[in-house]
Design a protein around this ligand. Structure first.
Ligand SMILES: O=C(O)C1=C[C@@H](OP(=O)(O)O)[C@@H](O)[C@H](O)C1
Ligand SMILES: C=C(OP(=O)(O)O)C(=O)O
Length: 444
């Protein structure tokens, strides 16, 4: 059957991490195929404020790092709406010496950083909250990280730990990072942090407690983490400059994987790495579980529609896929239950309630409990549908899947995709035109 073919952009998470490690390295790195998006602009600008220099090349960036942060005196970091920039670079900046002013935009001022601040406080930094305690804007006063022992709670975000790990080689002394709280959400993202750190020459050691003793263990992306029995041992060191190529983004691939699953046309995706450590690679297993057909070629993945059946899923490790899967579920047969996703409320929008609201407008029956979303598909209406993106890129991209069910969709802010995928609509047009034979976009 005729395929629609799309190329996915570079991984957002890996781009952030590669720029940070290259920016902290001593010497000149090349980071190829870096994601070009609003969030990465923020990470680049913040690293520049901390002393890293960038030059644009044909296929990426030349990055001149100074071997850490050092004495900065004063620096202002505007993290925009990027949680990853905020959490990762707050920890990295705190490894320098000076006063670091941090501010963001929009929803970023309501997304927590208190658990990270508490962990950094244990290492000698002081946070001055400028509006609400535990939220941006704030100032970090630091004379460097002293090493020793700290604990970070990961019930709300894994990014706190990723930040501490990235900063750990810059501490004066060896550092042990314990995991506090009841559970560790979004754990596969920690694997990405470790993978990029290792590439740039630094390797924190994961340990688990067995009785009284701690043992070093290999990192598994999907274990059931017992926070109090998990810790990282980190050593001071200097990142070494490297040539790093960013692979494709599985979170942003999810809209096209789901599009293939929903149909009517199979979708061929290029630019993805089959054995990626990105947790959102699990979208392939999820659509298969729903009933779609998936086939890997040498350099591409083809997803073809099947009769989709609702499922029960734990999506704690892969929160960014929830809007995608929720829309697909409302076009399937039978109920879908998505569990362990309380942290969805802390994203660019409250995605737990936002997804529920918009799916209901489309005709699905949706229940939200503390950390669970239940979706019962109902016949979709035929009237033009005006849906809200909440200025959230993942809401915009996921909701566009409704067009494949023949809905005439209007989105209030389609431009918000620029946060992670500025060329989304170009790629999406191919899918939509193949399904509808029109050239109309879901604009205002
Ligand atoms: O570390 C990262 O690159 C990310 C971690 C996840 O956030 P949380 O750990 O806050 O769930 C994810 O939602 C975000 O898009 C990217
Ligand atoms: C939550 C996201 O990103 P961030 O936390 O970096 O804002 C996302 O891209 O869905």
């Amino acid at each position: 059957m005729y395929h629609v073919e799309v190329t996915v952009p570079a991984s957002k998470s890996l781009s952030h991490r590669a720029l940070i490690c290259a920016g902290l390295a001593l010497g000149v790195s090349r980071v190829e195929n870096v994601l070009d998006s609003q969030d990465l602009d923020r990470t680049r600008a913040c690293l520049e404020a901390l002393g890293t220099q960038f030059e644009v090349e044909a296929d990426g960036l030349v990055v001149r790092g100074r071997g850490g942060i050092g004495q900065v005196n004063q620096a202002s970091l505007d993290v925009g709406e990027s949680g990853t920039t905020c959490r990762l670079l707050t920890a990295v900046a705190a490894a320098g010496s000076g006063v670091f002013s941090l501010a963001g935009q929009g929803r970023m001022h309501q997304r927590p950083i208190a658990p990270l601040a508490s962990a950094l406080h244990q290492l000698g930094c002081r946070f001055e909250w400028l509006e609400a305690d535990g939220f941006l804007p704030c100032r970090v006063h630091s004379s460097g990280l002293k090493g020793g022992q700290t604990t970070v709670a990961l019930d709300e975000s894994s990014q706190f730990l990723s930040g501490l790990l990235l900063a750990s080689p810059l501490a004066c002394d060896p550092l042990t990072i314990g995991i506090g709280g009841q559970r560790a959400v979004s754990w596969p993202y920690v694997a990405l942090t470790l993978e990029v750190m290792r590439f740039f020459g630094q390797e924190p050691i994961l340990e688990q407690a067995h009785g009284e003793r701690w043992h070093s263990v290999p990192f598994e992306s999907n274990p059931s983490i017992e926070p109090s029995k998990t810790r990282f041992r980190c050593h001071p060191g200097v990142y070494s400059p490297q040539r790093y190529r960013v692979e494709g983004d599985w979170s942003n691939a999810s809209y096209f994987v789901a599009a293939g699953a929903i149909g009517p046309r199979p979708v061929r995706l290029r630019g993805l790495y089959k054995d990626s450590r990105q947790g959102d690679r699990v979208i392939v297993d999820i659509v298969k579980q729903f009933g779609a057909y998936v086939e890997w070629g040498r350099e591409s993945l083809v997803v073809a529609p099947g009769p989709l059946q609702g499922q029960e899923l734990d999506m704690g490790p892969c929160p960014d896929l929830v809007p995608t899967v929720a829309v697909m579920a409302s076009l399937a047969e039978g109920p879908t239950v998505i569990k362990n996703i309380a942290h969805l409320q802390l994203k660019e929008s409250d995605r737990l309630n936002g997804v529920a609201n918009e799916l209901r407008k489309a005709g699905a029956e949706v229940t939200v409990e503390a950390d669970t979303l239940t979706i019962i598909p109902c016949p979709l209406g035929t009237k033009p549908l005006r849906l809200s993106t909440y200025d959230d890129h993942r809401m915009a991209m996921a909701l566009s899947l409704f067009q494949l069910a023949g809905l005439h969709l209007q989105l209030d802010n389609p431009g918000c995709v620029a946060k992670s995928f500025p060329r989304f609509w170009e790629q999406w047009d191919k899918v939509r035109q193949a399904s509808e034979g029109t050239s109309e976009r879901p604009g205002n």
